[in-house]
Design a protein around this ligand. Structure first.
Ligand code: PLP
Length: 354
């Protein structure tokens, strides 16, 4: 029987997934068959979940965090919107978010039956006037993004928190992509900077845990209460997660990765990612391409469809932004050497095309 081999990361420039830290890989394998959905039976993985939650709180500026390790960030965003919908008293719930929100919010709107009102951006970030204009008596949540998936921009989180507070509605921050990078910047993005109620934060992207592992943090335990359902035939009385049975691999690997890397290892990884993004953006600008200056380590540049296609034919895994620019995400596996090889291929292709 032919055995498939997992794809290598040596030419992957578009993905927000990366190679897990070796300690995370080992922990994932060890805890693969445990189920954090049934804490009464699988006690050791639950102890690791508590550890992971505590570190996630430190990352996100929350002294006494309540949280659980979700299957992924889609689950975290859906659950946050479920909390928002269930706390509010309206039969026509709406959620107001910048149009840069991740598509998981469109899934959430579909599943939970709320109206997702997206607003235009101002220089790739949420426009606070546009957000304030769309909030009404039926708004159950305002969403801000701390690190957009497409361009790596950080919304004005404190201003959005104020809009949500004035409207008496829940404020959710999606820091799925930025959460392990932003602690080493001057951005205002977390619970200690603004009145954030809930946050999605990601151990498996820059956090270097094994996939899938997400995190949903809330300002206090009360936020999770509406999510609990009774589980009479398990060893545990209730379950808060959206998924039922889930592997402990994500939980254990998140705890192991953060144990190894928070904060020094993540600081170093953020600095390397930053340097590589700046190097690549400069190299593309020098070749007269229009480049969107990176804020988080995502580089977008208008290189044209022909060159893009030739780079893909050369084996590079690259993606487009919605406007058709090349989009490169400088994840931990993206080295300077890879960036140099990419630009060398680009130069060869340009020569051929001129
Ligand atoms: N939110 C943001 C900002 C993201 O960048 C992503 C994934 O790229 C998600 C949510 C969804 O994450 P997942 O695909 O792990 O569910």
């Amino acid at each position: 029987m032919q055995r498939a081999t997992p794809q290598e990361f040596s030419r992957v420039l578009s993905s927000m997934c990366t190679e897990p830290h070796p300690a995370a890989r080992t922990a994932a394998e060890r805890f693969l068959a445990t189920n954090p959905g049934d804490p009464g039976t699988y006690e050791t993985v639950v102890a690791l979940e508590d550890e992971a939650v505590s570190t996630l709180g430190a990352v996100a500026g929350l002294a006494e965090p309540t949280d659980y390790i979700t299957s992924d960030k889609t689950e975290a965003n859906i659950q946050a919107m479920r909390i928002a919908r269930d706390r509010a008293d309206t039969s026509k719930p709406d959620v107001v978010a910048p149009e840069s929100v991740h598509f998981s919010f469109h899934k959430a709107a579909d599943v939970l039956g709320f109206d997702l009102r997206t607003t235009p951006l101002d220089a790739y970030r949420a426009d606070t006037d546009a957000i304030a204009e769309r909030v009404d008596a039926d708004t159950v949540a305002v969403v801000g993004v701390a690190g957009t998936t497409e361009y790596g921009r950080v919304d004005p989180i404190p201003e959005l928190a104020e809009i949500a507070a004035d409207a008496g509605t829940l404020f959710h921050v999606d820091a799925a992509w930025g959460g392990f990078y932003l602690p080493f910047t001057d951005h205002k993005w977390n619970f200690s900077h603004a009145d954030v109620d809930t946050m999605t934060i990601d151990p498996h992207k820059l956090g270097q845990a094994a996939m899938p592992a997400g995190g949903l943090l809330a300002r206090s335990e009360g936020f999770f209460e509406p999510l609990a359902v009774d589980t009479p035939y398990l060893e545990s009385p209730a379950q808060t997660s959206l998924t039922g049975t889930r592997s402990g691999a994500g939980v254990a690997s998140a705890a192991a990765a953060m144990d190894e890397l928070w904060p020094a290892g993540y600081r170093e990884a953020a600095a390397v990612a930053d340097e590589n993004a700046t190097w690549l953006a400069d190299a593309l600008s020098e070749r007269d391409y229009r480049v969107v200056t990176p804020e988080l380590p995502v580089v977008a540049a208008a290189i044209g469809e022909e060159v893009f296609a030739a780079l893909r034919d050369a084996g590079w895994r690259i993606s487009h932004t919605g406007r058709g620019e090349l989009r490169v995400v400088c994840m931990p596996h993206v080295t300077r050497e890879m960036c140099r090889e990419f630009v060398a291929d680009l130069d060869r292709i340009r020569e051929h095309h001129t």
